[in-house]
Every structure is written in C-alpha cells, then in structure tokens.
Write a protein that binds this ligand. Sequence first.
Ligand SMILES: [Zn+2]
Ligand SMILES: [Zn+2]
Length: 667
Amino acid sequence: MSSGEVKKSGSCFLYYRDDILYRRFDEFFQKILTTNCLKILLWLCFTPISTSAQNVNLPYANKLNPMNVYWGDTHLHTKLSMDAFGFGNKALGPEEAYHFAKGETITTYGGMKVSLIRPLDFLIIADHAINMGVVNGVLERDPELLKYARGKRWLKLLEESIGLENIDAEKSINKFYEAIPDSEGEPLGNNAFQHSVWNKVTSLADEHNIPGQFTALIGYEWTSNFNLHRVVVFKDDAKKAQTIRPLAAYEDYDPEALWRFMDNYEVSTGGEVLAIPHNGNFSGGVMFALEDAKGSPLSTQYAKTRSRWEPLYEVTQIKGDTETHPVNSPNDAFADYETKAWERNSPASVESMRAEGYTDYQNWYDKRRRIQLNFDWMRQYEYARSALKLGLDQQKKLGVNPFKFGLVGGTDSHTSLATADDSNFWGIATRFGPSKSRIKSAGLSGWGMSSAGYTAVWAKENTREEIFNAMKRKEVYATTGPRIIVRIFGGWDYDKQDAFRPDLAHVGYAKGVPMGGDLAAAPRGKAPSFLISAVKDPDGANLDRVQLIKGWRSVGGELQEKIYNVSLSDNRKVDKAGEAEPVGSTVNIKDASYLNSIGDPQLAVVWEDPDFDPSELAFYYVRVLEIPTPRWTAYDAKYFKLKDIPEEVPMITQERAYTSPIWYSPK
Ligand SMILES: [Zn+2]
Ligand SMILES: [Zn+2]
C-alpha cells in the first residue's frame, strides 16, 4: 500500500489474504499427490474403522477414547482488560471475540474487515480481573463508578486521552496511564459493579457455547506481580460461575491465595476450575522457584496443592516461547526459539515491588539483587523443560511433583483477535497491529513479538465438559500456530509395526497411556516404548522432524536432558552422535513464500528408550518441527514494501508443536 497503511477496503477479507491464496494454489498443484496421501493418512489414523478385524468388537470405539482433535486459544483479552483498552482496543469486546473465533467477519480498527480462514473449536476469554470493564464503565458514566472522586478524575483524563488519539498516539497513551497509575493497585468501584461486569462476561460465554459446535469456557486472568500470571478456567456455566466474583491479585499476590480461592469455589458450588500459569520468562526466576512467597522451601503440601490446581503450563504465546532457553539447553540446536521478547523486558517489576514495599517477596528480591544483571541463573526457574526436571527432583524429596504440568499454547493477544498465524498476525495489542513501523522496534512492541500459539485438545466431543476434562488429564498439546496433529502413547509393548497401523490410536490406548499419562514400575528387563504420529497442518508446511525430549533425575541426583531425533523427513538418518543434517530451506524472504518441496507430510515411529534406567524418575515429550517458513516479519516486509530492515530482525521461523509429557516413576 503506497499510503503505508493496512488496506481498509471492506473487501479485504484478511490481512495478507492474497498471499495465502496464492501460496495455497501453488502448493496444491505442486504437491497434489502429497495432499491426497495426507488426507488418506488422516482418515486412517484418526477415524474409527469398522473394517479392521480388531475393531469389529469396538463399534463405539470413538466413544471410548478421545479420537478428535479440537483447536482453540486458551488466553485472549478483549477491551474489558484495562491494558487492552489503553493500547487501542476500544471497540472489540467478548461478543466480537467469539464471532471472530467462530470464523465470522468482524470490523476492527480503521474499519477493516477481518476473519479467520479456519475457525477455532473453542475459546477462553481471560480478561484481567483487576478493574475488569472499569474503563468502559467510566466512559459509559456508570453511576456505581462516578460516585467516587477517582471515577470522576478517570473520566476527565480518559476523555482527554481519547481526544488526543488522532493527534498524538503516544500522548494519548501517556494520558491514559496518567489516568490509571494504580491500575494494578486498588480497584475502582465496588462489589456491585464487579459483579455486574462478571455476570455479563459469563452470560455471554453461555450464549456463545454451542455443545458439539463451539465451546466457550468461562475464564479470567489473575495477574500477580513478578509476572506470576494465571488464566483461571471454569468447567461450569454462568449460573455457577456467577456465585463468585473473580479473585484479583491486588487482594493477595501469592498464588497460594488463588488456590485457596479455587478450592472454596469448588467446595461451595460443586463446580470445577483449574489455573494455567504463563510467561515464566518474565518472572525473574520466580515462576518455578523452589521456595514459596514467604521464602520457605517447597513442602509436600505445597506440591500437592500446586499440581492439583495447575495441571497445565502455557508454553508458547506472543510474549515469547518458554519451552527452553539456550542457557538451560546448550546442546539443543533448536532451543533459541522466540526468546527475544524477554531480553528487552528485564525485571523492572523487581524495583517496583521493592518500591511498593512487598516484604513477603523479600527473599526473591534479595536473591535477584545479589546477582544484579546476570540473569542466567534465573532461567532454569522460568522455562518449561527445566521446570519439569526440577519437578522430578522435588518429587524425590517431597514424594509429590509440584511441576507436573502438560503444555498448552495461547495468544495472550489483547486485540480480541485469536489469531496465531504468521501470515495473519495482529500483534499483542491493537497499537502493535500491522504497520510500517512495528518491525523496526525491538522487544514486545516490535519484532520481538512471537506469532503464537494455539492449544490442541484430544477429546471425545466438543463440549465444555470434554474439553475441560482433557485439559485436566493433560491430553492436550501446544503449537506455535500451525495445526500440526500429534499423538504420543507410552507403554511397554509397542511393536515397530504399530506406527504403520491404520488404527494407530486404538493400539496406542490399548497398549499404553496417551500424552499427560504416567508409566510406573517397569516390567523386568523392559524399557518404555513410545508410539508417535505427527501429521502436517493440512494447509501448512511439511514436517522436518519428530524429536523425543527426555528429562531425568539420575540416581546420584543430577538433572539431565537429552534430545532424540526419532523420525526425520526426506529419508535422512542420524549420525553416530544422534545428530541429523538440517532439512534445508525453501523460504523466499522477499516474496514471503516457501514450497513444500522438502520435508514430509507425515512422520510416525515407535521408539524405545535406549538409555532407560528403571530406577530413575523421567519424563518424555515430543517436539515436532516444521520445515522453515516465513516469519510474520517477512509478511510485514512484503506487504508494506519495507526496505532497510535491521539485520537483527529474524525473517524465517521454524514452527513447532510440543506435546504434554508422559512421566515415568520407579514405583
Ligand atoms: Zn498475563
Ligand atoms: Zn494475558
């Protein structure tokens, strides 16, 4: 666009839509055979088949086991979140977010029409509990808010902020935060106001929840300092959820307070709830710290409580990917993935916590102050893989693993748009949506943003109950956006041929446990084997490889990890050291395009652990890598015809899926 603006015509179905369509046709003609093969494979692997002799006695096999994969975003903000509103999302509330997730066209800022090419199956809207809906309430002159002097002051400043919007965006935002300097402090309003917002939010979720078609799980975000953020998810309908009002972190910054709140909710309503932490990378080494907020070492009770309420961790989202970090995993060639958002956001919150006088966190604060600007020591307490390893050590010490979590992905977008595609990337907030300039700044307002992620759920049907139950049993996995279909089963008796069976999933369940499950007490002389299948996103890139990532605690107490390349595309083989040649790249950065002329559409394997020691605690999860594809920055550069892009800006990505682990314990 010569104007440098995103196209605003009503016919613009999707940002970059033309590119997607072009690429799709291109692929279609080039790989028509592959595509047909893929469809057949998908059908064979994931459809109950009555012609198979083994399945004749299982006419309702799809009712016994979860045979469907459902896609969703577990973490989305709308204009009801104060920060979302402050960064320009003034028009799109939960209603619009649901319409967008369902594939309907909505109008976003600038009058542009947007939609998802492929709708989602479920959505969790998780607006911040702190001052939820308050900005809108003030501007709508809600009498419950304007009876406070603070409410009147906010109204004046908010109106000034809006008046500045088209004149000076920066000043407008500054004015907004001048209005709300204590946005994470004392709330504005009273119980009556908070209830009225929550009642609307939960009723809307009920309205948009259509069993069998689309699941709207009720949720909100508990946003504590030190970035100990959690998305709280309810299994229940509005009637039950409305018996409480969301607990906000200004009431107590300690996650243990949230768990008590959740316990009270379940006891008083008979409902069910879980919490999903996110962005350990922003927590300054506190997300998976081995001491509680009071500075005491973790106790057995703590471990029980945490694993009870937090069965999942959000491993990938716009503010970075937290599977692992090069400091934690120096031998992992693929470890340095979307970790740059953090580096521009060093722990400012430490200073602010100190200034606010939070003595409970003294221990964490002092520890960090001692180390000053060297953050490397923190990393192991921030990332998923190292936390899973720490969990094994805690299990040995306490008898319970506090960090026994499965993996999910969310956007954490504050735009109301649950999109995680690089070719359709709307940024963390409306202000950082498609523009000529966002690529040029670093960190979270620019190229440091990651276009991620989604959650895939293995469930019997698309209902609140089934999706929630799958999340609780960890039969879920994360992707950085692409809809890669992955299965992993662990057991003692998988046969190499099982990877080629059309009823792979039935064999998987019959002989072992799915992702999120447990193996215990190895039969004498046996090592665990894993039945793994990965299928490319039908509309996306081929696969490079399937890796099995093992973490374990040696008998001597050392925490170890190893990456096994268990299945490689293009007939590649691993060398003696277990390494493989890179898959190559077909990416044309200038054109923001790639070809599926390398990689494979499907990889399946049975792999047995060659280094198994039955006396060691261990976990295993799968990482699937796509072939390289253009990163969102390349789509931006092409669309806006940008030149002089800073060297440091990554233009190619290698997207991936992470399954929830399977754990092994000696007894
Ligand atoms: Zn958060
Ligand atoms: Zn959030």
